[in-house]
Ligand binder design. Structure first.
Ligand code: SF4
Length: 461
């Protein structure tokens, strides 16, 4: 019997990449690859890259420089190390990666990683291989389901990709070019995957997609289903206690999805709804396809459907042409909504996107100053939200041991980490916790005596 080969996968960026990394490992497990947490001992290193942040490609090349040193050291010991670059940088850079980093054996795009076993065999036979096609076969038809042990090792909360790609073409974003057009998986496949996960002990599922609420996968009767309807069906899977979904576009918050927030107790009352700017002029320049009023109306409809809901968002400051009054409109929108958290970035041009060539690019010092002001407001809102949790009771899903002996850590309905003193036998359980204290990034609590003590998960404000 040949010894198992070791696989090290490093995932950058969003949850979609985390999911893809898991699926790559699942695809390679039958080929004899066992995952390792250490690149030093790996026979195969996969960098699953992200193109969203500034200088993404530069970061990948510098990481490749480090991996090349490992490859050379292994070669001196007579051991072959294969290096693969996957994800959105692989898609965007293609052959350029092999040219700039000749130690790389394989470049594989997000739509063709199901071919990994064949591509690796080809790279071993023929030398460097690049596959950034959008193949005719659907990768989800080919991917192998994860083994029970792999699911257990990944924890009680799992991601399931239901939709990929984007047709929105926001002027700052590379996703429509790297991930292609919107495509949704059929309902029956998604439900089967969730059932498989639940059967191995998963309690929480996050349905993911670049534009997840544009979901329009084929239902069992052959007609397309909305995300709201899909959530209803997934909520029926025995063992699944919590549902989430991300990332959403405000234009696609349609009626059945809002109804799902009203009707499904297992759909968590926390929604990431990126708005990017509060100025109609900038929203139009970004091609966001909605106005400030549309967004605020959606927030109001969600709150009417689920009063306990809280929101997070994404903001870009210093988009080309953004004036001080546009930026102030963003601050006033933040005030109006009241967020539980947010991600915020300075605009940085992505080659090939329309905004990169727009006039009136904003000087970096102006962007930095606006970002500081915006983040100060968000931090205050987040602290206020967390402070309102003190004294409340939540159901917490316990995921892992804490840093200190006797401590376990879980997530609140609002995704806040919650630390309590409790036995490790509770990992994987939902339990009611009274929040006793808060810090900048965590809540601390005490286990309530019985589950029936749980209050409705309302955090007003
Ligand atoms: S909706 Fe999201 S993924 Fe699609 S282009 Fe806009 S920012 Fe990119």
């Amino acid at each position: 019997m040949t010894a198992p080969r070791k696989l090290y996968v490093k995932s950058f960026g969003c949850q979609m990449n985390v999911y893809d990394s898991h699926r790559m490992a699942d695809m390679l497990a039958p080929e004899g690859f066992v995952e390792t947490a250490s690149a030093d001992e790996a026979d195969l290193v996969i960098l699953n890259t992200c193109h969203i942040r500034e200088k993404a490609a530069d970061k990948v090349y510098s990481e490749l420089g480090r991996i090349r040193v490992l490859k050379q050291a292994a070669a001196r010991e007579g051991r072959r190390v294969t290096i693969a670059v996957a994800g959105c940088v692989a898609q965007a850079e293609g052959d350029e990666i092999i040219r700039r980093a000749p130690a790389v054996d394989l470049v594989v795009g997000p739509q063709s990683y199901h071919r990994l076993p064949d591509l690796l065999a080809r790279a071993e036979r023929e030398g460097a291989v690049v596959d950034t096609e959008f193949p005719v076969e659907n990768k989800f038809d080919v991917l192998k389901p994860p083994a029970r042990e792999a699911i257990r090792a990944r924890g009680v909360s799992a991601f399931v990709t239901v939709q990929e790609g984007c047709d929105k073409f926001c002027t700052f974003c590379v996703v429509p070019y790297t991930r292609g057009a919107e495509a949704s998986r059929p309902v029956t496949r998604i439900v089967a995957e969730v059932e498989h996960l639940a059967d191995a002990g998963v309690r929480e599922v996050t349905l993911i997609g670049q534009n997840v609420n544009a979901y329009h996968g084929e239902g069992p009767g052959g007609r397309p289903w909305t995300l709201g309807r899909l959530l209803e069906r997934v909520a029926e899977v025995p063992g699944i206690a919590r549902l989430r979904y991300t990332t959403s576009h405000p234009c696609d918050m349609e009626e059945s999805l809002i109804a799902a927030h009203r009707d499904l107790p297992s759909l968590m009352p926390y929604l990431h709804l990126p708005v990017q700017s509060g100025s109609d002029r900038i929203l139009a320049a970004m091609n966001r396809r909605h106005t400030r009023t549309d967004y605020l109306n959606t927030i109001a409809a969600m709150r009417a459907a689920r009063p306990a809901i809280a929101f997070s968002s994404d903001f870009i400051v210093g988009f080309p042409g953004e004036r001080e009054e546009d930026f102030r409109a963003t601050l006033s929108l933040i005030d109006e909504v009241g967020y539980a958290g947010a991600f915020s970035f300075k605009y940085s041009p992505r080659p090939g996107t329309p905004a990169a060539d727009m006039p009136e690019q904003i000087p970096d010092e102006v962007k930095s100053e606006r970002l500081r002001r915006l983040q100060a407001v968000i931090e205050r809102q987040q602290a206020a939200f967390n402070a309102r949790c003190r004294g409340r009771r939540f159901e917490v899903l316990f995921e892992k041991p804490g840093r200190h002996p006797g401590q376990i850590v879980g997530r609140s309905p609002y995704l806040q980490p919650v630390q309590v003193t409790g036995p490790s036998t509770m990992l994987g359980d939902l339990a009611t916790v009274t929040i006793t204290d808060i810090s900048a990034n965590s809540l601390f609590g005490a286990l309530a005596q019985t589950r029936s003590e749980a209050e409705p998960m309302l955090v007003e404000g």
